[in-house]
Write a protein that binds this ligand. Structure first.
Ligand SMILES: Nc1ncnc2c1ncn2[C@@H]1O[C@H](COP(=O)(O)OP(=O)(O)OP(=O)(O)O)[C@@H](O)[C@H]1O
Ligand SMILES: [Mg+2]
Length: 308
């Protein structure tokens, strides 16, 4: 009997400690949100064709940004499978879907990923949020806006293609990383995305990564093809963010569920990510006037309400 009471006391004490820790972490996030009046750079990562490396590159760029001293949140904006969490080997407790449908704290949906990055499972929750009545949406938006001050970079991994849900994410972002490989279909599909961006989000800064290439010459050729067409037909300037060679470390890392920047830091893929991230950091043009998560979610809301 005495033992049972002791066990109960211990469990109670533990519960109090855990709840104290949770309140503490909530207040850390809230304080960070209030104190630092700096907005996050939100970058959507997309592609025309699927399976070209969006999720792998998003996760590893996030890790490299974090190692460079930035606070990074990855949002899984793919409405299909939860690939980001599988690649990072983490299982977040709650997604944005539960956040919208119950009374959770923002910190409840922020999971810890490798190398200090944070992760939010957005997915269908973002679409669900876009369908809320305005008053409820505004409340969610107010809470989610804390992320603008909490992170330096927010990377959104999107699905591929030109479906409404993907384009609404891409058109809501002020910075886009467009990934393609050397296949002609991947290049023409990347161009199709670029065309939509140039028509509906003309100020958007678009950077291109050639992934799974055989050498730097092939990467240059891919960029030149897209750039020439973009200049001639869309009057759109795009930026060459670099390339990643085809490297077995990428799929090995996926199997291990440990991103290659962590599991194979000396691989050519990891070195490629380092170069790419240096260029992202060096380009500070948007640091002064970033859109942040608030504008991003508002734009998605508007685009979904107008398509209903
Ligand atoms: N540089 C690379 N070298 C070798 N394999 C790669 C490279 N980049 C990606 N891959 C492989 O390509 C496959 C698809 O990668 P990933 O899931 O990141 O693409 P995705 O664009 O997110 O796909 P989806 O459109 O389905 O979301 C994976 O099996 C991965 O191992
Ligand atoms: Mg993916």
């Amino acid at each position: 009997m005495v033992e049972t009471v002791t066990a109960f006391d211990q469990a109670d004490r533990l519960r109090k400690i855990v709840s104290g820790l949770r309140e503490k972490s909530d207040s850390i996030i809230d304080q960070a949100a209030k104190k630092i009046n700096k907005k996050a750079r939100l970058i959507a990562v997309t592609s025309g064709k699927g399976g070209v490396g969006k999720t792998s590159l998003t996760v590893n760029m996030a890790i490299q940004l974090s190692r460079s001293g930035y606070r990074v949140i990855v949002i899984d904006g793919d409405l299909g499978l939860a690939n980001v969490e599988v690649m990072m080997g983490i299982v977040p407790k709650y997604s944005m879907y539960e956040f919208i449908n119950s009374n959770l704290h923002l910190s409840d949906i922020i999971a810890d990923g490798p190398s200090g990055i944070k992760f939010i499972s957005g997915g269908t929750g973002i679409v669900e949020m876009a369908r809320l009545e305005k008053k409820k949406f505004d409340k969610i938006l107010f809470t989610m806006s804390a992320l603008d001050n909490y992170a330096d970079f927010i990377l959104v991994d999107t699905g591929a293609g030109i479906s409404n849900s993907v384009t609404s994410f891409v058109l809501a972002a002020n910075e886009v990383i467009l990934i393609t490989n050397a296949e002609p279909t991947s290049i023409t599909d990347a161009y199709a995305i670029l065309k939509i961006i140039s028509l509906h989000n003309e100020d958007c800064k678009v950077r291109v990564i050639a992934n799974m290439v055989d050498n730097s010459k092939e990467a240059e050729d891919i960029f030149t093809r897209i750039n020439t067409a973009a200049k001639r037909f869309l009057k759109k300037d795009i930026i060459n963010l670099g390339y990643l060679p085809r490297d077995a470390a990428v799929s090995k890392a996926i199997k291990l569920q440990i991103p290659f920047a962590v599991s194979f830091p000396k691989s050519t893929a990891a070195k490629g990510i380092e170069e790419i991230v240096k260029r992202i950091i060096a380009d500070t043009e948007f640091r002064q006037d970033p859109e942040g998560v608030k504008r991003f979610l508002s734009k998605i809301y508007i685009s979904f309400s107008s398509s209903l």
